[in-house]
Design a protein around this ligand. Structure first.
Ligand code: ATP
Length: 516
């Protein structure tokens, strides 16, 4: 199965099994807006809980807030979003399709990188066990030529974006001979800037109403509450404030399912530090966040760091954590050293002092900030794409199964309780078991269809444990527990179930391995 096919199947599966629906579907949907179904919301909540606890519970000096989506419009002037939160857009005159100019170039670079990987794969096949990949990459003329090409284009792209050189960006698209994927032509318009913020009116009388924005990031709600939290929480630098909440961006091109949405959710943490110490903390958070990702056990080689070629207006260092999605390595989280840009500007625009008195140095200063910012929806997509598998089944009768190997801590349903038949007191016994377990774990009861079919249904939604109650259970209080990943079955005492399940799904053991 190609990665493209896998992605299509994943989208269909997400809908069929109640994870993700197109918003307003009966009205043919709304561009790049999605709703989460009964399992999607559980997965999302579990991701949020794992992130929140890893920040707030594991760090004495990190606390959370929940600020409003509507904020004073001057905030977005101070943050630079009114002036600079733009993406460069370009239209193809023949297909009338609109693209993000920088993304067109990035996709072009990705194609060159694909060629490099193909060349390496050819070498591996040719030389077999004797293949020295590092040497091949360093010496093969075709590889070297493509690497240089990709680097030159990437450098030009970074320069044009940094200089806001829109003509230069168009020229780069022409020089790379990039064609519109729909029309196949190079008939491009000029590149224009487009502000990504949604705006609306606040106030009942239109003449008095003021223009406000839907927040494009949750971070500003943290900055403007910096002193409130610091004072009321008696926080000492270094300390962090987190928040999880909705953000809105009028993305030019909505693509790749929930990867790029117009309404999405972020989990952000702003860490306030002494000026001059930001690089130490930047490295600390890069490492801590990568450990969090890898703790989910989806494969360490699926992640990489990517340093930003073009720094945002507020940053002095920035890196993305990228994940190997079915459409290639793409950003899931950003770690940014934001300097004192935000707090200093809010100080200027609001006229209020936003300084911290450091009792250790007896100095007042505007703290520097290191931010970690991750999209909840991208995490959902990451988990689903890593978890989805189609397999031939040898046990439990011949056939195939689709299984979601979601890390058990994040699985929407932790266990299914299945009476073997719908009679002879088995459903009653199953309910007794479930009524005990449901206080600790999200359980599902199912008595319809054969046991094999029920296992398949649980595999498809990613339930790590199935508990089967049979006639023998009524005599010995033992049940069959069946494990999702290897389909192994064993007979265990009902009284041991909480311990067996807890070992795999307790937040405590997952958080402990983070080792903060
Ligand atoms: P991109 O380069 O993909 O547009 P970005 O660099 O603008 O992303 P940030 O502003 O750093 O993203 O936002 C932090 C995180 O929020 C991202 O890493 C991503 O996980 C998430 N995010 C940003 N934009 C979107 C979106 N349109 N849909 C879903 N998640 C998003």
């Amino acid at each position: 199965m190609t990665q493209e096919e896998l992605f299509k199947k994943l989208i269909a599966h997400s809908k069929e099994y109640g994870y993700i629906f197109l918003s307003s579907e009966i009205y043919d949907g709304l561009g790049a807006v999605y709703d989460y179904g009964q399992y999607g919301v559980e997965l999302k909540n579990n991701i949020k809980r794992y992130w929140w606890d890893s920040m707030v519970k594991l760090h004495e000096n990190i606390v959370g807030i929940d600020s409003a989506i509507f904020m004073h419009p001057r905030i977005w002037e101070a943050s630079g979003h009114v002036g600079a939160f733009n993406d460069p857009l370009i239209d193809n005159k023949d297909s009338k399709k609109r693209y993000r100019a920088d993304v067109l170039v990035e996709d072009h670079i990705a194609k060159i990188e694909e060629k490099i990987e193909k060349e390496v794969a050819k070498g591996r096949k040719k030389f077999g066990d004797a293949f020295d990949e590092a040497q091949f990459r360093a010496t093969n003329p075709n590889v070297l030529c493509q690497v240089e090409k990709a680097e030159t284009i990437r450098k030009h792209l970074a320069e044009t974006l940094t200089d806001n050189n829109l003509d230069g960006l168009k020229q780069l698209i022409l020089d790379c001979e990039i064609v519109c994927p729909i029309s196949g032509t190079r008939n491009w318009t000029d590149v224009r800037q487009f502000n990504l913020m949604f705006s609306t009116q606040m106030g009942s009388v239109s003449t008095d109403a003021s223009q406000i924005y839907l927040r494009p990031e949750t971070a500003q709600g943290i900055f403007v509450n910096f002193l409130n939290v610091q004072k009321t929480g008696r926080m000492k630098v270094p300390f962090g404030i987190t928040q999880i909440g909705k953000a809105f961006r009028n993305e030019i091109v909505a693509r790749q399912f929930i990867f790029r949405m117009r309404e999405f959710e972020q989990m952000e943490m702003q860490f306030f530090v002494r000026p001059g110490e930001e690089m130490k903390w930047y490295e600390y958070w890069k490492d801590a966040r990568m450990r969090w990702h890898k703790s989910l056990g989806l494969g360490d080689d699926k992640y990489r760091f990517r340093n930003h070629d073009k720094l945002a207006h507020y940053a002095n260092a920035a890196a993305d954590i990228e994940f190997n999605f079915p459409f290639g390595f793409k950003e899931v989280e950003g770690i940014h050293s934001r300097t004192d840009f935000d707090l200093s500007n809010h100080q200027k625009f609001s006229g209020k002092r936003l300084q911290y008195f450091d009792p250790e140095t007896s100095e007042s200063y505007v703290p520097y900030v290191v931010e970690t910012s991750i999209g909840v929806d991208r995490m959902v997509l990451l988990i689903l794409s890593a978890a989805y598998a189609e397999e031939k089944v040898q046990k439990e009768g011949e056939g195939e199964r689709v299984v979601l190997r979601i890390p058990s801590i994040l699985a929407p349903v932790k266990l299914a309780v299945l009476p073997l038949v719908k009679k002879d007191g088995l459903p009653e016994k199953a309910h007794i078991i479930m009524n005990n377990l449901k206080f600790d774990f999200n359980c599902q009861y199912d008595e319809k269809d054969s046991i094999g079919k029920r296992y398949r249904r649980q595999d498809a939604i990613g339930t790590p444990f199935c508990i089967t109650i049979d006639h023998q259970t009524l005599h010995d209080d033992m049940v069959t527990i069946r494990y999702r990943d290897n389909m192994r079955q064993e007979r265990v005492a009902i009284s041991s179930l909480p311990e067996i399940i807890n070992e795999k799904v307790s937040m405590r053991s997952w958080l402990q391995q983070l080792g903060n």
